[in-house]
Design a protein around this ligand. Structure first.
Ligand code: HEM
Length: 132
């Protein structure tokens, strides 16, 4: 008898897959780009947010258990180490987390509780990036 073992659902699947991740990233950078409340965070980023939209989409997808392409294309690249030299402050980290929590909520993840957990975990990472 052949037994088929179902692949466990990943957070990526439970959130709603590629469509939801794309909505989160687009909304996140749109908020950063247009809302005066995120001005300090926006000023840290390059004028063209296009490459970052693509990179964050890839990272979030891989982190949540979707396609691992971003990790394969960036072997050994650690987000914590990468942000160490960017001068993240408590103020700008707070702006990052606030914009991300709003973007996740507005993107309408299929599993809303998981969306809130995702925002909490990303906030913990952002807080851990604060250097001064
Ligand atoms: C969990 C938290 C975070 C994640 C997952 C994250 C993710 C990313 C990713 C994927 C990139 C693009 C890297 C690349 O393609 O080389 C990036 C760049 C960047 N991030 Fe973050 N980030 C986080 C938190 C923050 C925070 C808290 C700040 C500032 C307060 C910040 C500021 C920046 C800046 C300035 C860049 C470079 C932009 C540029 O090249 O102009 N990030 N981040």
């Amino acid at each position: 008898m052949t037994q088929t073992i179902a692949k466990p659902a990943t957070p990526y699947d439970a959130l709603g897959g590629a469509a939801v991740i794309a909505r989160i990233v687009d909304r996140f950078y749109d908020l950063m780009d247009t809302e005066p409340t995120y001005r300090a965070l926006r000023a840290m980023h390059a004028a063209d947010l296009g490459p970052m939209r693509a990179s964050l989409t890839g990272w979030l997808s891989a982190w949540a258990g979707g396609s691992q392409d971003w990790f394969a294309a960036n072997p050994g690249k650690c987000m914590m180490s990468y942000h160490r030299s960017l001068g993240v402050t408590a103020k700008t980290a707070g702006q990052w987390s606030d914009a991300m929590a709003r973007a996740i909520a507005e993107a309408g993840p299929a599993d809303k509780a998981l969306g809130r957990t995702m925002a909490e975990r990303l906030d913990m990472m952002a807080q851990a990036m604060v250097r001064r």
